[in-house]
Design a protein around this ligand. Structure first.
Ligand SMILES: Nc1nc2c(ncn2[C@@H]2O[C@H](COP(=O)(O)OP(=O)(O)OP(=O)(O)O)[C@@H](O)[C@H]2O)c(=O)[nH]1
Ligand SMILES: [Mg+2]
Length: 351
C-alpha cells in the first residue's frame, strides 16, 4: 500500500538529522521488495546528502569465524568511539538462523553495548541465504546509516570466501582471527581469502595460543600485500580485558586516512556500489544476464568509473530494465552498451 510508505524527501531529512525512528523506518523501506516501495526507496536514497555518502563517515566491515569475538570486540570498540565523541551504528548480519530472524547477533551485541546510549544504533538483519552470505540490503542500508552516523560497522560471520562480499562493500575490512585456528592463515596463504585491511587476533588473554597465531599471521602478511599498497597491520586484543581496543580503533582510522590522503576514498565507495550492482545482477540474471551488459569486467569498470552517483536501487533498476526485455525475448540485445565499455582497462584494480 503506497499510502503507508513514507515520503522520501522528508524521510531523508529526518534520517540525516539522526532521527532514530526515521532511520528504523528507512531501513524497513529498504528491506521492502514491493515495486512501490522500491521506487520510494530509490527516491529516499537519492535525497540523502551526497557529501555524506561520498566522503562522510567510516564504513567498516568486521568478519571472522563464528565465536572469534566479533560482537564482543564491536561492543568494546563502541565504547572507544563513544569516548572519542563519535556516533556509531551497527548492522549485524546473522546468517545462522532464519528462525531467529537475525535477532541473535543484535541481542548479544545489545547485551554488551550500552543500550541507553542514544548515539548508538543497532540493527540486525537476517541473511536470506542469498548474496553469498551477505544480505542484499546491506549496501543500501549502509548508505542510509552513513547519512546519520560517523561510524557504520557491519558484522558478518565468514571464513574463507564469504567475507569477500563484506570486504568489497566497506571502506575498511577488519578480520577477527581465532587463536589456535590455522584456517584463516591457510586461506590467506592460498589467496582464497581477500586480504583484509586490518587483522586482529582476539582473546590475547588466553596467552600462548594467541601469541602464536599472531606471529604466524605476521609472517604470512610479510608476503601478502594489499593490492593497493596499504601495509596490513596484524594486532592483538582482548575484548574480555579491554586490551588492544584503542590500537584497533586507531588502525581502522589509519586506513580511512590512508584512503583519504591518496584521494581514493570516494572512488572506493563508488567501487563498493559497483560490486553490489554486479553481484546483485549476477544473482538475479546469472552470467548470461551480465553478458548482455558487456560482461562482468567491462560492466564493473564502467560502473566504478562513472562519475555520476545515483542511488544503488535506481542504478540497479536502470540496468535491470535493459536485461529483462532480452530474457523476455522481445529484443535480441540490449538497446545500448553500458557507459564506455570500450574504455575498459582489464588491469583496473579492484579495491
Ligand atoms: N577469553 C576470551 N573470550 C572471549 C573474548 N572475546 C569474546 N570471548 C568469548 O567468545 C565467545 C564468542 O564471542 P562473540 O563476541 O559472541 O563472538 P562472535 O564472533 O561475535 O560470534 P558469532 O557472532 O556467533 O560468530 C563468547 O563466549 C565470548 O565471551 C576475549 O577477549 N577473551
Ligand atoms: Mg557475533
Amino acid at each position: 500500500m503506497t499510502a503507508a510508505l513514507p515520503e522520501p524527501a522528508a524521510l531523508a531529512a529526518a534520517v540525516s538529522g539522526r532521527d532514530r525512528l526515521a532511520l528504523a523506518r528507512a531501513l524497513n523501506l529498504l528491506d521492502d521488495r514491493r515495486p512501490a516501495a522500491r521506487q520510494r526507496a530509490a527516491e529516499f536514497l537519492d535525497a540523502l546528502p551526497t557529501e555524506k555518502l561520498d566522503t562522510g563517515g567510516h564504513l567498516i566491515g568486521i568478519t571472522g569465524p563464528p565465536g572469534a569475538g566479533k560482537s564482543s570486540l564491536t561492543a568494546s570498540l563502541i565504547q572507544v568511539w563513544r569516548r572519542r565523541g563519535l556516533k556509531v551504528a551497527i548492522l549485524a548480519v546473522d546468517p545462522s538462523s532464519p528462525i531467529s530472524g537475525g535477532a541473535l547477533l543484535g541481542d548479544r551485541l545489545r547485551m554488551h553495548a550500552s543500550g541507553a546510549d542514544r548515539e548508538v544504533f543497532i540493527r540486525s538483519l537476517a541473511c536470506r541465504g542469498e548474496f553469498g552470505g551477505l544480505s542484499a540490503e546491506v549496501w543500501p542500508m549502509s548508505l542510509a546509516m552513513l547519512a546519520a552516523f560517523d561510524i557504520v560497522l557491519v558484522e558478518t560471520v565468514g571464513v574463507g570466501q564469504k567475507e569477500i562480499d563484506v570486504s568489497k562493500m566497506t571502506d575498511t575490512t577488519c578480520f577477527v582471527a581465532q587463536p589456535a585456528s590455522g584456517d584463516s592463515i591457510q586461506f590467506l596463504k592460498a589467496g582464497i581469502m581477500e586480504v583484509p585491511h586490518v587483522i586482529v587476533v582476539n582473546k590475547e588473554d588466553i596467552g600462548m595460543a594467541a601469541r602464536k597465531t599472531l606471529s604466524e599471521l605476521r609472517n604470512t602478511l610479510r608476503r601478502q600485500m594489499d593490492p593497493e599498497g596499504w601495509q596490513v597491520p596484524a594486532l592483538s586484543a582482548s575484548a574480555a580485558l579491554g586490551s588492544g581496543i584503542e590500537q584497533l580503533a586507531d588502525a581502522l582510522d589509519a586506513h580511512r586516512n590512508w584512503l583519504l590522503e591518496r584521494g581514493r576514498f570516494t572512488a572506493r565507495r563508488r567501487r563498493c556500489q559497483a560490486e553490489w550492482l554486479v553481484k546483485h545482477l549476477r544473482d538475479e540474471f546469472g552470467r548470461y544476464g551480465i553478458g548482455l551488459l558487456g560482461g562482468e569486467d567491462a560492466l564493473f569498470a564502467a560502473l566504478a568509473e562513472a562519475p555520476r552517483r545515483r542511488s544503488p536501487i535506481a542504478e540497479y533498476e536502470a540496468l535491470r530494465a535493459r536485461v529483462v526485455p532480452c530474457f523476455a525475448g522481445r529484443a535480441a540485445a540490449p538497446a545500448r552498451p553500458v557507459p564506455n565499455p570500450t574504455e575498459h582497462n582489464p588491469a583496473t584494480e579492484r579495491t
